[in-house]
Write a protein that binds this ligand. Sequence first.
Ligand code: NAP
Length: 254
Amino acid sequence: MDALQGKVVIVTGASSGIGRAMARCMAQQGAAVVAGARRRDELEALVVEITAAGGRAVALAGDVREEAYAEALVQLALARFGGLDAAVNNAGSLGALGPLPALGLDDWQATLQTNLTSAFLGAKHQIPALLARGGGSLLFTSSFVGHTVGMPGMAAYAASKAGMIGLATSLAAELGPQGIRVNALLPGGTDTGAGREFADTPEKLAFVQGLHALRRIAEPMEIARAAAFLASDAASFVTGTAMRVDGGVSICRT
Ligand code: NAP
């Protein structure tokens, strides 16, 4: 498959889970990938894997809460691959969970910064590079949590992920005239570090699986394939969506 041949893509949160699968999937489809996250060794292993398979990738370790890092990822895409065609602002974490009155302001701010402010900072620096290319695709990994499903104890996470949908919707209207498509991607439960942190016992995992119409959670590559589609020209008329790739968790009541 070569749906992303000639495209340059930034993927944050590429050191594990969904982001790692996105980077691998997009490289397999021909994209040159700029991979970001904090864990340097995991990123380097990813670059080695992609390169060994005949793909193109480069990594830069850093923290998505820092504006200089958002800028550096874009500069790296320009310097190494000559431009930017798509970006997936995917890095995120569950943050502190529990009843809201027990949540400290610092917990709240940490979750918002990691999930939502990082998306703003990423977009802020990615947009000019996409415009210079004459258009492109911006993606934000959101969640069903806070959009179609309310989950107790997840207020900060839900607010951050719902905020990403608002960000994507607004940017889709703002940037559509200039040829930039903007979408939020909403995975269902997915078998990653974060997924296992949430469902950390066999009982909890069975409960989470049962929430999905498909009665299972996703493999990261199942989410990555949807991101690759949204990044590609195959999605040329898809913008402003909150695309659910969620195994039916949003519509299931039994
Ligand atoms: P994961 O394996 O824990 O991946 C999270 C990624 O984000 C890691 O690569 C992590 O890298 C990176 N990251 C976190 N904080 C960062 C920071 N401050 N700076 C830079 N990178 C940071 O979990 P995942 O499930 O793949 O999560 C990916 C995205 O999918 C998240 O936005 C999550 O909210 C969303 N999501 C997941 C599920 C699910 O069930 N798994 C469902 C819906 C949505 P480092 O630790 O190396 O920095």
